[in-house]
Design a protein around this ligand. Structure first.
Ligand code: SF4
Length: 231
């Protein structure tokens, strides 16, 4: 397991739980607005010298049995890690909950993890309308996207979908099509794009004004059970 970083405690990333986060390395998408190209592009990942040995992570976890409820495995795309299943099993053997953040490109792996009861919560990115993504993401598989949505919606475990809203690329007019893709979802989070270094250097997306997000939320609520704006 490539562990590029550990956040020792968070109250925000696993709803209702105290957790730690581990960050992996590598991603199979290329979102132009990605703020983390150093952990996404293979030529940049090669430059990372200090991956954290698994042993250090598990030794840390042993000291947090009474403090943490769970472990969030996230960024950049954990399902690319070949030993993810064994890694989740080790965490579960220590009686911690496991939350997985995924970009949806590997539904086969998701399915396997769900069948083996290795996940307790899944968060999946809804990038936008998957028939019109070319201006935001290079290289993606639409079929896999719909397979992952179905898996999450049909699973018994808790989960959420979430979208980062980007002015200049996303509009209210198109949003209904986006949220229809996850009709019936229990939880949907909207978050505002934040300016920063991007994978596409001249990316010209901007943040929405806070009150503009409420219009998106109102549309979403026609299709999902609960929609929350993350500020
Ligand atoms: S934004 Fe997320 S899914 Fe997109 S390239 Fe970056 S890490 Fe991958």
């Amino acid at each position: 397991m490539l562990i590029s970083g550990i956040k020792k405690t968070t109250l925000l990333d696993y709803p209702g739980k105290v957790s730690c986060i581990i960050f992996t390395a590598g991603c199979n998408l290329r979102c132009q607005y990605c703020h983390n190209s150093e952990f996404v592009l293979p030529e940049k990942i090669k430059l990372i010298k200090d991956f954290i040995p698994e042993e250090i992570f598990f030794n840390f976890l042993k000291t947090k049995i009474w403090l943490l409820d769970g472990v969030v495995i996230c960024w950049w795309e954990p399902t690319l890690q070949k030993d993810l299943e064994a890694f989740c099993q080790k965490i579960k053997d220590m009686w911690f909950l496991v939350k997985l953040d995924t970009n949806w490109q590997n539904p086969d792996i998701l399915k396997k993890l769900l069948e083996k009861n290795l996940l307790d919560y899944i968060a999946m990115d809804i990038k936008w309308d998957y028939d019109n993504l070319e201006n935001l993401i290079w290289k993606y598989d639409k079929q896999k996207y719909f397979e992952s949505i179905k898996l999450i919606k049909n699973s018994d475990i808790d989960g959420e979908f979430r979208t980062t809203l980007i002015k200049n690329y996303h509009s209210l007019d198109d949003f209904e099509t986006v949220v229809k893709q996850i009709t019936g979802a229990k939880k949907y989070f909207l978050q505002n794009y934040k300016w920063g270094n991007t994978l596409q250097e001249d990316f010209d997306g901007k943040s929405f004004l806070s009150w503009e997000l409420i219009d998106f939320k109102n549309i979403a609520l026609q299709y999902v059970e609960k929609c929350t704006i993350r500020f």
